[in-house]
Ligand binder design. Structure first.
Ligand SMILES: [Cu+2]
Length: 143
């Protein structure tokens, strides 16, 4: 191959690689993150307000006023989409996961934002909001 032709092939390959990287999320690369049944857990409006009398260090409260549903049962391979329906950022952060599962942490999710997760290890998952530790929830994942 002549040097000019070789250069042309390399340019085409480079452009294709960049295009693939840019288009990957649109081509279903992101959809790999959804499987099974899809469930939604929401941070409810005003859930940043702790219950009356609750103090930092008290146990978190598992109640639909904060995360809804605060208790959810799903199966391995199902997807949970966490949605922040409140007016301030919240996190969706694991505090306790079954052996073999990795802890998840959405980091701050802005109002209207979301975070999705596929559960691949059965067991009991507990989660809370790092910014408002009065609110917590439980996800039971059956095999
Ligand atoms: Cu919060």
């Amino acid at each position: 191959m002549k040097p000019a032709a070789m250069a042309a092939v390399m340019v085409v390959a480079a452009v294709a690689a960049v295009a693939l990287l840019l288009l990957w999320p649109l081509m279903g690369g992101a959809a790999v993150q959804v499987s099974g049944q899809v469930y939604t857990i929401s941070s409810m409006k005003y859930s940043y307000l702790p219950p009356e009398g609750w103090r930092m260090g008290d146990p978190p409260v598992i109640d639909d006023r904060y995360f809804k549903p605060a208790r959810l049962s799903i199966r391995v391979g199902d997807t949970v989409v966490y949605v922040n329906e409140d007016e301030v950022p919240h996190t969706f952060t694991a505090s306790d996961v079954p052996m073999g599962a990795s802890k998840f942490d959405s980091g701050p999710v802005n109002p209207g934002g979301s975070f999705r997760l596929v559960f691949r290890v059965p067991g009991t998952y507990r989660y809370f909001c790092m910014l408002h530790p009065h609110k917590a929830g439980i996800i039971e994942v059956s095999p």
